[in-house]
Design a binder for this molecule. Structure first.
Ligand code: CDP
Length: 251
């Protein structure tokens, strides 16, 4: 959050937000499945001004080998922001923020991955932010979840992520950059379609009532995103023709 008087910015005009949305409205979302030929699974997502790509590799052999677990696969998640993805050039390479986002995003997905099916192996998830406009961690998690399905990784359920925020004392869904940077709070969540929360972070200040309202709003957003993820996967896989199996009679 930037330390600036939020009264300097007018967040609403005629009851609508700066980009014309209602307080409980998501930004437009576009999801494309299987966009990278060399990855086992991949997904490109646009959530408003965010453009993010996720690639999944594995299950595969762990390097370095001392990281391997005898009873399960390990999951690695690397969140990376391209230097050209933000207004002010970002210095390339990992930093404190990307370590934090990689850790919380991995923890958001790991509980649904059936890691015990693949002992001594690794599932690698790479998330590249090409264009950022607030909400890149949630966009990354949504893309990564779809890419995991595309890679055929067995999962207990899907994961969908969405944030709610507070601007001008109003709780809003899916904050864009101006709302995130100059707002009073930001609350990203990730959850299963059943509503089991696997990520909940909060930046800024919310009263208990506002907190509950923001969680409810973000959960509703995540449910809507789940439908979009599901539709993208169905669209991709319903286009594929069923393999023709030729069965020869025994002679
Ligand atoms: O992207 P997300 O909301 O998950 O994380 P954040 O740390 O709250 O960042 C909010 C936004 O600030 C990002 O989406 C970018 O648009 C912007 N940002 C930036 O302009 N330069 C950075 N080095 C990091 C973030």
């Amino acid at each position: 959050m930037i330390d600036m008087d939020e009264n300097d910015i007018s967040f609403f005009k005629d009851g609508l937000r700066l980009d014309g949305r209602r307080t409980d409205q998501l930004r437009p979302i576009k999801i494309e499945v299987g966009v990278l030929a060399r990855a086992d699974g991949s997904c490109y997502i646009e959530m408003g001004g965010n453009k993010v790509i996720a690639a999944v590799y594995g299950p595969r052999e762990v390097h370095p080998r001392h990281l391997q677990e005898v009873t399960r696969a390990i999951v690695r998640y690397r969140y990376n922001m391209a230097s050209f993805s933000v207004e002010e050039r970002k210095r390339p390479g990992p930093d404190r923020r990307s370590y934090e986002l990689s850790k919380v995003s991995r923890e958001a997905l790991e509980p649904v991955i059936l890691t015990s099916y693949f002992p001594r192996s690794v599932i690698d998830v790479f998330v590249e932010v090409l264009q950022a406009d607030a909400g890149t961690r949630t966009a990354g998690i949504n893309a990564a979840a779809v890419a995991l399905v595309d890679a055929g990784i067995p999962m207990k359920s899907m994961i969908s992520a969405c944030a709610a925020g507070k601007v001008a004392d109003t709780i809003v869904l899916d904050p864009m950059k101006e709302e995130d940077n100059f707002g009073q709070a930001d609350l990203p969540i990730a959850m299963t379609p059943n509503g089991d929360i696997t990520l909940l972070q909060m930046d800024g200040n919310l009263s208990p009532d506002e907190f509950h309202m923001a969680v409810e709003m973000a959960m509703k957003g995540a449910r809507d995103i789940y439908e979009i993820q599901r539709r993208a996967l169905v669209e991709k896989y319903s286009q594929l023709e069923a393999p023709t199996v030729e069965v020869k009679a025994c002679e």
